[in-house]
Design a protein around this ligand. Structure first.
Ligand code: GRF
Length: 658
């Protein structure tokens, strides 16, 4: 880059952001916003526009040193047109007018930022949980309607009253509140939430997702719709979803870090366990890049079964009784015999588990003690390398298994609804263990089980607090619902695959906004909200999976499958050699517009990219759908599964049915 170019770039990035706040009255939101930015020392220049001559907001502007303009509504178009392109964001804060389309278009700057869902440069705050109580006197009407829950909505603005795409909502329980308390609670939330959202909209983030499976496809498809995203980057994405961002090639974490620094990545989202156990979060955090994913120390909850057991025992978390046999410093027959004798005395056949990571294969459930001893000997002899030089003998538990995925930011644990996955290859839960052949959420569990899980999660949160677990990431509890209550089978430190795919289908919040709150240790502030629907995921795999899946078969029927309203997420696929994906566009994320529920699906259903894919692994792709009619949802998924064809296609026929 020439010196001149560099200088120009420096000047551009140093330019303050400009924000025009439009208000009509009191201006308490105006004041909260300006004070927030002044307090943080952020380089944002505010101006105020008001359409009421004597409004109190002018006094606030004067006090805060913000330039202000009185502009009657009739002159608003001319005023804004004369300043076209001057502002990064227009903020409505108690502006009592509906903006006509011609004004929305001026503010949009160029047409591409304006859709029916709204103009992504104009935001409004509304004192109710939209779509309830649109329009005037929303607080009063919600109070009079005796709403049990109310709250605040921040949304993009379109030509209809309070109808644009919702960015965030925050709610509270109204029980026992007088009208004044009710109103005060709303204003308190507004003054906290609006400035934070405005900050995220002004300083959008560059996000890198690491990993190439269907889980990462789902994460990317979700994040690329976020209003807080500046640009999405993908490291290791497969050809089925790499068009959602710009590819970052790398050979090791050091190179990935260097490239991330050069690209000014703000946030790394890590999909799989290996990078976490190898310390990628520490490497990136040391250079100031925020990470969603546990640090090396806490990734041991997944990377070392014995560490996880110690953590549970220390913190009163129920788990199966166990003994450790450690051959990492050489053979130790005495420990071997002691451990087995312990279980012999209990007349129990222990489950054998490798201490370290073994690609999900390091567990053996033997039927008799001799088989258990044989498996233990094989493990200890290095069946899974150093990962099985240390093993656990574990009491076998009986019951239904459910997975609970939680987010943790160092202070707060927030959980998704329980999800169930189908680990076995064949119908009726027969056949070998796999990475997962399907999933659904929320799990079908009783109210009693739900309460037990809730209690367990509280204990887990206290344990993480007590141990000062200072990381920002995911804790996946593999639970078993035994007759003696909930017990923990294992921890993973990542989103489960395919559980992630169904859980994101239920999540109402913007995922990136949740991640950003986590990096600021503000998870306590986030209400995770879930759609009251059931989501299902069916995995299409390739014959020979999991041992030696067939590869290289062309996949047909993807576009047709999309007609059933399902999302497709890709795992073991690659593009035909020599084929450039037709709509491959590294700037895809930049070009996105505010989207509503109808267009939001686009990122998961970008039809043009669905051609020319070959199978390239065991789990080929996922078909995901949610709905309130379970039968219809599953029918659509299975119709899609039938029209997709490739040589060697296999899948379970009983997802959601057993
Ligand atoms: C707020 O309640 C806001 O939600 C609504 O108008 C009110 C403005 O209050 N759009 P103030 O002028 O910011 O005090």
């Amino acid at each position: 880059m020439s010196e001149r170019c560099l200088k120009t770039k420096a000047v551009l990035t140093a330019m303050p952001k400009r924000v025009l706040i439009l208000a009509s009255g009191n201006g308490s939101n105006f004041e909260a916003i300006v004070k927030y930015f002044q307090g943080k020392g952020l380089d944002v220049a505010f101006e105020l526009l008001c359409d009421k001559k004597d409004a109190y907001v002018f006094k606030r502007a004067k006090k805060l040193g913000v330039p202000s303009y009185f502009v009657e509504f009739e002159s608003l178009y001319d005023f804004l047109n004369a300043r076209k392109g001057k502002y990064n964001l227009y903020v409505l804060a108690g502006f009592m007018r509906i903006l006509p389309e011609k004004i929305l278009k001026i503010c949009a700057g160029s047409g591409k930022f304006y859709t029916d869902a709204g103009c992504c440069n104009i935001v409004n705050i509304h004192p109710s949980l939209l779509p309830k109580f649109k329009g005037k006197d929303a607080i009063k009407r919600a109070f009079e309607a005796k709403e049990k829950k109310t709250g605040v909505t921040v949304h993009f603005v379109n030509r209809n009253v309070d109808s644009g795409w919702i960015i965030e909502q925050k709610s509270f329980d109204t029980k026992g509140l007088s009208f004044t308390q009710f109103e005060d609670s709303i204003h308190k939330i507004e003054h906290k939430m609006y400035p934070e959202i405005i900050e995220n909209l002004l300083f959008k983030k560059r996000v890198l997702i690491l990993g190439g499976g269907a889980r990462e496809n789902a994460l990317a498809a979700n994040i690329c719709n976020s209003p807080y995203l500046e640009k999405l980057y993908l490291a290791g994405a497969n050809d089925g979803f790499k068009h959602l961002g710009e590819t970052v090639d790398f050979t090791g974490y050091k190179e990935l870090l260097e490239k991330s620094l050069a690209l000014k990545i703000d946030l790394l989202v890590v999909g799989a366990e290996n990078p976490l156990c190898e310390g990628i979060a520490d490497i990136f955090a040391a250079k100031g890049i925020k990470v969603i994913g546990a640090n090396k120390a806490w990734a041991r909850l997944e990377g070392s079964k014995s560490f996880a057991k110690e953590f549970m025992l220390k913190n009163g978390i129920k788990t199966a009784d166990y003994k450790i046999i450690d051959y990492s410093a050489g053979e130790n027959r005495a420990a071997f015999d002691d451990a087995f004798n312990y279980f012999l005395k209990k007349a129990a056949v222990p489950v054998i588990k490798a201490d370290g990571l073994a690609l999900g294969k390091g567990v053996c459930i033997a039927e008799n003690i001799n088989d258990a001893k044989l498996a233990a000997s094989e493990f200890l002899a290095g069946k899974f390398g150093s990962a099985s030089k240390k093993i656990l003998l574990e009491e076998r538990l009986f019951g239904r298994e459910v997975s609970v995925i939680s987010l943790w930011d160092g202070k707060t644990l927030a959980s998704f609804p329980p999800a169930s996955d189908y680990k076995r290859l064949l119908d009726g839960n027969n056949g070998v263990n796999t990475g997962g052949m399907g999933a659904y959420a929320p799990s079908n569990i009783s109210a009693r089980e739900r309460n037990q899980i809730k209690k367990y999660l509280k204990t887990l949160e206290m344990a993480l607090l007590e141990e000062k677990a200072d990381f920002c990431g995911v804790v996946y509890s593999g639970l078993i619902l035994t007759k003696d209550g909930v017990q923990v089978l294992e921890y993973n430190m990542r989103f489960g695959d395919p559980e992630c795919q169904v859980l994101l289908e239920l999540l109402e919040n913007d995922l990136l906004s949740v991640f950003l709150a986590m990096t600021q240790k503000r998870l306590f502030d986030v209400d995770l909200k879930f759609r009251r629907k059931k989501a299902y995921c069916l995995v299409l795999a390739s014959d020979g999976y999991p041992e030696s899946p067939k590869k290289g078969a062309e996949i047909f029927g993807l576009n047709e499958a999309a007609k059933f309203g399902c999302k497709l997420y890709f795992a073991g696929v690659k593009a035909l050699p020599g084929v450039v994906l037709r709509n491959f566009n590294p700037n895809h994320a930049d070009k996105k517009m505010p989207v509503n529920e109808n267009t939001k699906k686009l990122s998961g259903l970008d039809r043009e990219t669905f051609e020319n894919l070959l199978t390239n692994g065991g789990r080929v792709l996922n078909i995901v759908k949610s709905g309130s009619d379970d039968k219809k949802t599953l029918d659509d998924i299975y119709k899609a599964a039938q029209v997709i064809s490739f040589d060697g296609k296999i899948y379970r026929k009983d997802i959601g049915k057993c």
